[in-house]
Design a protein around this ligand. Structure first.
Ligand SMILES: Nc1ncnc2c1ncn2[C@@H]1O[C@H](COP(=O)(O)OP(=O)(O)OP(=O)(O)O)[C@@H](O)[C@H]1O
Length: 556
């Protein structure tokens, strides 16, 4: 992932790196000038002052330009990453997304992205300081090759220790990154479960102390541990620097002639080098953290691979039929080591037909609806649309035939229709009036004036959106469950017949047995199977619906 981002912004990164290298080299050149001024007697003071001033200015501008360019790179990396992840989420197969969970996606979009962007802030620090350290070493080599060799030996020794520590630290940072995904799920519970947490103090205490704080603590502990290892190895590096300086000043130099001058030269280099070395040792862990986050983003996006190419601006042909042949879907419940199997289901749908799907809780009605609309691909069997078999290649196209209102529907704050115009607003407002929502919410330029509505009102608004989408097939999953009798009446007695007259195919998942007789067809789900059970049907049901039930179960 980091490699990909680096490749993406190559020109900017190269320019920023070039400026940082110049900045580092300029700093070393400044050191050489200071050293020369301190240790040499005969030189042109005016010329030296001018060179020093020009170099200092170049170093300042080099630092400034480099830092600005890297900041831009960091922000761009963050926005690129966010768009990339969002794109992956939009394209991901729905079932994979369900399994992955919202918390991990949130964690990738916020925290991990920020950490990766930070890499671009620490990168120039690492680069510039590495150049300064290398320059200082080169200058040392000029002064004495023995001292240079000793420095290389110390750096080699330090690097091995640093690498071993690095391996250990990364393990802890990885654990922290994984735990953070759980933490984001708990953060969601803080707002999603706000009512429950306020109404039950035991629940609140257990959640806060036993779940949330434990997770926060785990992230803190693992990250502190990982970073402490880095800091410890940085201190080890620091100690080695001073050990090296001590060895050079007190053992290697000895009682040579011009000792004071040589010592001044060395001391200057050492003092100049300590800061950049420390900065290096402190910033490499930040780059490592970015690497851990980049890996996590990669894992999360890998888990969202899409096998279904997405369509754009499709013209839909008229719907003639949708047929499910022996369709099967399974859920595996890990905790209980149990399998829920839906199907095999044989079923046929036609335009202008209202089908009611009934059955007990957990019998598989919603799962069947998700299979029908193409959110789940059938594990066995097949679906055909107008005699064309649906597979991964055309499933996204197939999904465009449907509008759904599931019980966990989402309302966007605007109509997201590509061909939006004034007429659509007018139609929307007329429908809002029909559903008694005209005083609560309005459509203006495709946007709803508010979404602060009761659950029943939100569902009515969702119904308006579904109507305006004008798709050939509508699926309502217990839409009427939380509506007043007056809206149930409108839904079952006005809207459904209207949809039928418009030639729409409609699947209504319902528990409202008072209205079962209005169905053209009634199908019943029990424990994942469509069953034929005339005794279970309400007495008011028309013979038409009853005979359709038989037909529904006999489509091969
Ligand atoms: N995302 C999921 N992952 C795993 N199992 C699931 C998932 N969704 C549903 N199930 C399981 O599948 C079975 C059928 O669920 P489904 O939601 O289809 O039933 P339903 O008939 O719509 O129920 P209800 O009337 O309560 O809405 C249940 O046992 C449920 O636990």
């Amino acid at each position: 992932m980091l490699k990909y981002l680096i490749k993406q912004s190559k020109p900017l990164l190269l320019s920023a790196s070039f400026v940082s290298i110049l900045h580092g080299m300029g700093s070393v050149y400044l050191l050489a000038q200071i050293s020369a001024a301190l240790t040499t007697d005969q030189f042109d003071r005016g010329q030296a002052a001018l060179t020093f001033a020009v170099t200092a200015l170049c170093v300042m501008f080099g630092y400034m330009i480099g830092a600005i360019l890297f900041e831009r790179l960091g922000q761009r990396a963050q926005s690129d990453l966010r768009s990339f992840i969002a794109q992956r989420v939009i394209q991901a197969d729905y079932r994979q997304l369900e399994q992955l969970g919202a918390a991990r996606v949130q964690s990738a979009l916020s925290e991990h992205c920020t950490r990766v962007a930070e890499f671009f802030v620490s990168f120039p620090i690492i680069l510039t300081n590495a150049i300064i350290v290398m320059g200082c070493l080169a200058y040392l080599a000029l002064l004495s090759w023995q001292v240079f060799l000793l420095a290389v030996l110390v750096i080699g020794f330090g690097s091995v220790g640093y690498h071993l520590a690095h391996l250990r630290a990364i393990r802890h940072l990885d654990i922290a990154a994984k735990e953070q995904d759980n933490l984001f799920a708990y953060f969601r519970s803080l707002t999603d479960g706000a009512k429950e947490l306020r109404l039950n103090c035991d629940k609140r205490t257990t959640f806060f102390d036993g779940v949330l704080k434990r997770s926060i603590e785990r992230v803190r502990k693992e990250r502190t541990f990982g970073m402490s290892i880095f800091v410890a190895s940085a201190s080890w590096g620091n100690f080695l620097i001073y050990a090296f300086i001590g060895m050079v000043l007190f053992l290697l130099v000895g009682d040579v002639p011009d000792r004071a001058l040589i010592m001044t030269g060395y001391a200057l280099v050492f003092v100049y080098m300590v800061g950049p070395l420390e900065a290096l040792l402190l910033n490499i862990p930040r780059a490592n953290l970015a690497q851990v986050s980049a890996r996590r983003i990669e894992e999360i996006t890998q888990a969202m691979r899409s096998s279904e190419p997405q369509v754009e601006n499709v013209e839909l042909p008229p719907l003639k039929s949708i047929v499910l042949h022996g369709v099967v879907h399974r859920y595996y419940h890990e905790q209980k080591d149990e399998m829920f199997t839906l199907g095999p289901i044989d079923l046929q749908f036609q335009p202008g037909e209202i089908t009611f799907l009934i059955g007990g809780n957990g019998s598989g009605k919603t799962t069947l609806a998700k299979l029908l609309v193409g959110l789940y691909p059938p594990e066995e069997g097949s679906i055909t649309l107008n005699d064309q078999t649906i597979d991964d290649a055309n499933r996204d196209y197939y999904r465009q035939f449907f509008t759904t209102i599931f019980s966990d529907f989402h309302l966007f704050d605007r109509l997201l229709e590509g061909n939006h115009d004034n007429q659509l607003d007018q139609k929307g407002n007329a429908l809002l009036t029909k559903l008694h929502l005209q005083h609560k919410v309005k459509v203006e330029n495709g946007a709803f004036s508010t979404l602060t509505l009761s659950q029943g009102q939100r569902k009515r608004l969702a119904l308006v959106v579904a109507y305006l989408e004008n798709r050939p097939f509508l699926v309502f999953d217990e839409w009427a469950a939380d509506q007043d009798p007056v809206f149930k009446e409108i839904f079952y007695h006005e809207l459904l017949p209207e949809l039928r007259a418009m030639g729409k195919a409609v699947l209504v998942i319902s528990h409202d047995d008072r209205y079962f007789h209005l169905a053209d067809r009634l199908i019943r789900m029990e424990n994942g199977q469509l069953i034929f059970d005339p005794a279970a049907l309400p007495t008011t049901q028309s013979t038409k619906a009853l005979s359709s039930l038989i037909v529904a179960n006999s489509v091969a």
